[in-house]
Design a protein around this ligand. Structure first.
Ligand SMILES: *[C@@H]1O[C@H](CO)[C@@H](O)[C@H](O)[C@H]1NC(C)=O
Ligand SMILES: *[C@@H]1O[C@H](CO)[C@@H](O)[C@H](O)[C@H]1NC(C)=O
Ligand SMILES: *[C@@H]1O[C@H](CO)[C@@H](O)[C@H](O)[C@H]1NC(C)=O
Ligand SMILES: *[C@@H]1O[C@H](CO)[C@@H](O)[C@H](O)[C@H]1NC(C)=O
Ligand SMILES: *[C@@H]1O[C@H](CO)[C@@H](O)[C@H](O)[C@H]1NC(C)=O
Ligand SMILES: *[C@@H]1O[C@H](CO)[C@@H](O)[C@H](O)[C@H]1NC(C)=O
Ligand SMILES: *[C@@H]1O[C@H](CO)[C@@H](O)[C@H](O)[C@H]1NC(C)=O
Ligand SMILES: CC(=O)N[C@H]1CO[C@H](CO)[C@@H](O)[C@@H]1O
Length: 540
């Protein structure tokens, strides 16, 4: 039915099925279980998404994007900014992460994001002095490598780098934050000289979350009874007002026409009272329709945005709030959560889900029905939730309101899934048992995890096995030792490096020895990240 509808729509309405030109998505990967990168690249293509922003330059992601034509923004994480203050290091980074992919059917890199929101107030100036030098080095290295005309260095900034004065809180009074005002003026001038856009992250959800007086309808796009009046303009939503505050801040430093790209914008679907699929659907419907119209200070020009984000990430820090793990347009397993029309024409329908997703067996973990002494339940739930994602259990969330048993079952199951159904992971001091019955009900989904990606762990390279054997043999002879072996192969211009390290730990007086193997496992087709395992103790 869905496919049929899509087909009809393609035939009858032509362009209306396509994604708006300026639209991209953020592809974050902070999850315990990642869909294979190739599946994700296919998901983007199946939905006509032509721009992706990633938070590093991870080889696996880059490989999957190669040859797709998808325009990519790669990134240098904040903790690498200091290193990039050295021009040689910047050149090396550009060589390894940009020019390396610059070949036919390579990766269509458009931007290099230097840091991510480095001037956030909560970072206490940790990156204030090192970001601009890093930006300059990267752009110069791009120029020197001969790709500076097509690849631009820029900095995704948080909207807290600018503001309007409390005494006159209107967009036209926007200015950069005084403590970084001079720095921002220099950065903006540099962007302008090099043809790079200003990238800003705008979150109406956070405006609402952080402020109980915030009028809820001002976060959406359907009008409000209390618009902000500014020099004859009526602002009816915080997105426009925020964007135009930036336009004013740019004007104030002499660059009112600098292109602006919204690096992140979106609405989460769980983890807070205002985060659910209804609210997210409402937000996206309004946002996507608006983008073509521009804002009062930049009318009639399509706003380029990267939606945040592509999929839920169950291992993100919840320091900002429990909603952090629920920003996806898609669930953790690449399935669409709500109808949306990425072309901005308001014909909402479900996006195309990820194909050929491999799941763990249909088994859940739940409170054992025959368990009677529940006095240790709370401690065990606490343990499960410290090691797995329980953010759906909170007040106003999709699984709030469960009774104590169901609540504990939810926690046990999410732990069991995170642990890939490992034998001992559904015990909880005898309180839990495995079941084949789906306990989901209402909005509360008791999920089944996907098979961990790049599970070439099951197919270890010879070097890993050799190292493991070496480890076992030397257990008896040495106190502590490291073995390493690497193998390298070049394929389609990609260098694949496989390495294995063994660490043997033995206390002088110990009666047993353990070894650990850390390996960069890979097969011909994909490179996995570092994996490790610890041997069972060997008695001496
Ligand atoms: C910034 O400073 C505050 C208050 O001194 C502190 O609580 C916080 O941990 C600091 N953050 C960072 C990233 O250093
Ligand atoms: C940044 O540089 C300024 C001026 O050189 C200096 O006063 C300030 O302490 C530096 N800040 C940090 C966090 O290093
Ligand atoms: C979504 O959240 C809004 C605001 O809290 C609430 O009014 C609405 O009932 C919620 N919808 C669902 C389906 O939970
Ligand atoms: C924007 O478009 C509207 C409607 O088409 C038109 O009335 C208006 O003059 C345009 N504004 C600018 C600045 O081009
Ligand atoms: C369910 O578990 C969560 C997470 O530990 C806890 O905060 C909440 O109070 C529990 N609710 C019930 C009804 O037991
Ligand atoms: C479990 O049931 C829920 C509906 O109650 C459904 O959405 C979900 O897909 C089911 N899970 C599996 C693995 O079948
Ligand atoms: C519910 O769980 C099933 C699998 O267990 C998954 O396919 C689906 O995407 C989940 N739905 C939501 C909304 O989390
Ligand atoms: C930020 C990032 O992903 N950098 C990568 C650049 O390339 C080197 C070599 O391939 C990687 O080790 C870095 O992680």
């Amino acid at each position: 039915m869905g496919a049929c509808r899509n087909f009809a729509c393609l035939l009858l309405l032509g362009l209306s099925c396509s994604v708006a030109d300026g639209l991209g998505v953020n592809w974050g990967t902070i999850a315990t279980h990642r869909l294979p990168s190739k599946t994700v690249a296919q998901l983007l293509q199946d939905n006509g998404i032509k721009k992706a922003k990633i938070f590093d330059a991870d080889e696996t992601s880059m490989k999957s994007l190669a040859g797709t034509g998808i325009e990519v923004m790669i990134a240098i994480p904040n903790d690498m900014l200091a290193m990039m203050n050295d021009y040689d290091a910047a050149k090396e980074w550009v060589k390894k992460n940009v020019t390396r992919y610059n070949f036919e059917k390579g990766v269509n890199i458009k931007y290099v994001a230097v840091g991510n929101e480095p001037f956030l107030k909560s970072y206490n100036d940790s990156f204030t002095n090192i970001t601009f030098p890093a930006l300059k080095n990267i752009q110069n290295a791009l120029n020197e490598a001969g790709v500076g005309d097509t690849v631009k260095a820029t900095i995704p900034l948080n909207a807290d780098v600018y503001d309007s004065p409390r005494s006159n809180p209107v967009p036209s009074a926007g200015k950069f934050r005084p403590d970084i005002g001079d720095l921002m003026a220099q950065i903006v001038e540099f962007f302008s000289q090099h043809g790079a856009p200003f990238i800003v992250n705008i979150y109406p959800f956070l405006s609402l979350y952080g402020n109980s007086d915030f009028p809820i309808d001002y976060a959406f796009f359907e009008g409000t009874s209390n618009p902000v009046l500014d020099e004859g303009v009526e602002y009816t939503n915080v997105f426009d007002a925020n964007f135009d505050t930036l336009v004013s801040a740019l004007k104030n430093v002499g660059f009112g026409d600098l292109p602006i790209v919204v690096g992140e914008v979106g609405w989460p679907t769980d983890g807070d009272v205002n985060a659910n699929v209804t609210m997210a659907e409402r937000f996206y419907a309004g946002l996507l329709k608006r983008l073509a119209a521009g804002t009062p200070l930049r009318p009639n020009s399509t706003i380029e945005v990267y939606l945040f984000g592509l999929m839920d990430e169950d291992a993100k820090s919840v320091a900002p709030g429990n909603f952090e793990r629920h920003w996806g347009l898609f669930t953790y397993d690449g399935q669409p959560k709500f109808p949306v029309d990425l072309s901005g024409k308001g014909q909402n329908q479900l996006l195309v889900g990820a194909k050929d997703v491999e799941y763990l067996p249909l088994k859940w973990c739940a409170v054992n029905p025959s368990a009677t002494d529940l006095s240790k339940l709370a401690d065990n739930v606490k343990y499960a939730c410290a090691h797995a994602d329980c953010t759906s259990l909170g007040y106003g969330c999709s699984c709030s309101g469960l009774d104590a048993r169901a609540n504990a079952s939810y926690a046990f199951n999410v732990y069991f899934q995170t642990q890939n159904h490992k034998d001992e992971s559904c015990d909880f001091q005898g309180l839990a048992a495995v079941t084949t019955q789906n306990m989901s009900h209402g909005t509360c989904n008791f999920t089944i995890q996907i098979v961990p990606s790049a599970s070439s762990f099951r197919r270890p390279q010879l070097s890993v096995l050799l190292s493991a054997i070496a480890g076992l043999l030397s257990c008896r002879r040495f106190g502590s030792v490291r073995y390493g072996s690497t193998a390298e192969s070049v394929r389609d211009s990609f260098v694949i490096r496989c390495a294995a390290h063994v660490t043997i730990e033995q206390q002088p007086e110990a009666k047993e020895c353990r070894f650990r193997v850390y390996a960069r496992v890979c097969d011909l087709d994909r490179v996995a990240s570092f994996k490790g395992f610890e041997s069972p103790p060997t008695s001496l």
